[in-house]
Design a protein around this ligand. Structure first.
Ligand SMILES: Cc1cc2nc3c(=O)[nH]c(=O)nc-3n(C[C@H](O)[C@H](O)[C@H](O)COP(=O)(O)OP(=O)(O)OC[C@H]3O[C@@H](n4cnc5c(N)ncnc54)[C@H](O)[C@@H]3O)c2cc1C
Length: 308
């Protein structure tokens, strides 16, 4: 029997150039990528040689998952940009525990739903957190008292010059919305998969807890194009409370507004808004909160591309 031959891995020079990235981000903002690759195969067999090519050439690499935590400059991103859409989930039962493994392009909400459908408890916190597993592993995404650090056992990471290796969660230095990976600006690594430890439970109870989390979000967070919380909560306080107390709810730059519903959410109200407007609003809010309370808020989102 003849085996179907795999087509050769793509070369960076054959990739589409000048593609607009706004559609790949939750804020619907950002310029073009020099070179764009959309990963769809959860084995990442095509992606790994591409990453090696870029790293060997010294070309900058940017990985975008759901684009739910990044603000891309209007001038776009230099080098190779990867959009990670490779989704795959499986699980194995081991006595009183279950181990769920998902490829990094899997949507976090899809993973939470999978766990509910299979009667596995532990991911209820994730039911309304946008983005992919890759972004969540890097950011230590969390909500409703849970986070990646408390549910993930290990992550498979591909690194420049080192190939792929499983890293235990304890190696990633997790803290509130922080990991060792988030601190690394070089992007000479790619999170491929993550494994989570869950416990069997009745799907109806899991569903009830998820609905409670969803209800809370619907009541407290604005709809529309945003990046979720812009600033981290400072110790012992809330960024949203400080922004509101500084009288900044509803403040606008162009068509980007500090949400009147939740002051730590900045909403892009019209398609014609620019990333520059979003960035200016961030600067303005940070300066005014600093002037009012002497607290310099720290960004939770990440800015990509060049800003002056
Ligand atoms: C409406 C809204 C509500 C939100 N609520 C919450 C919340 O409750 N809790 C919370 O924690 N966050 C929240 N966020 C923020 C966001 O959902 C999380 O930060 C999420 O984990 C981002 O995942 P992503 O795939 O979109 O990552 P992206 O924004 O695409 O990327 C984030 C970072 O991860 C890197 N990255 C992504 N994938 C990989 C990979 N495979 N390998 C290497 N690096 C990678 C990127 O390069 C970038 O540095 C919210 C956002 C929105 C828009």
């Amino acid at each position: 029997m003849r085996h179907k031959e795999r087509p050769p891995s793509p070369s960076i020079d054959d990739l589409p150039q000048g593609q607009t990235l706004a559609r790949y981000t939750a804020a619907r903002l950002g310029g073009q990528a020099d070179y764009l690759y959309i990963a769809k195969d959860p084995s990442y067999r095509d992606l790994m040689p591409l990453l090696d090519q870029a790293w060997a050439r010294g070309m900058p690499v940017t990985v975008i998952g759901g684009g739910a935590n990044i603000l891309i400059a209007d001038a776009g991103i230099r080098g190779l940009t990867i959009i990670n859409r490779a989704a795959e989930i499986s699980h194995e039962d081991e006595g009183d525990e279950a181990f769920v493994t998902a490829s990094s392009g899997t949507n976090l909400i899809r993973l939470a739903r999978y766990c509910q459908e299979n009667g596995l408890s532990g991911m209820e916190w994730a039911i309304a957190v946008p983005g992919t597993i890759g972004g969540a592993v890097v950011n230590n995404a969390g909500a409703h008292g849970g986070d990646i650090a408390s549910t993930m056992t290990r992550a498979l990471i591909f690194e420049a010059g080192q190939g792929e290796r499983w890293h235990g969660a304890e190696e990633l230095d997790y803290a509130y919305r922080h990991s060792l990976l988030k601190g690394r600006a070089d992007q000479r690594f790619f999170v491929m998969r993550a494994q989570f430890k869950l416990r069997p439970d009745d799907p109806h109870w899991i569903q009830a807890r998820m609905e409670r989390n969803n209800d809370y979000r619907r009541r407290t967070q604005p709809p529309g194009a945003s990046l979720g919380s812009i600033f981290k909560n400072p110790p012992g306080d809330y960024a949203g409370r400080l922004i509101e107390a500084a009288g900044l709810k509803g403040l606008r730059v162009g068509s980007v507004q500090v949400s009147p519903i939740h002051a730590n959410f900045f909403v892009n109200m019209h398609a014609e808004a620019s990333a520059r407007d979003y960035y200016e609003l961030i600067r303005l809010v940070r300066d005014r909160v600093d002037a009012a309370f002497g607290i310099r808020l720290e960004l939770e989102i990440q800015t990509l591309g060049e800003w002056d």
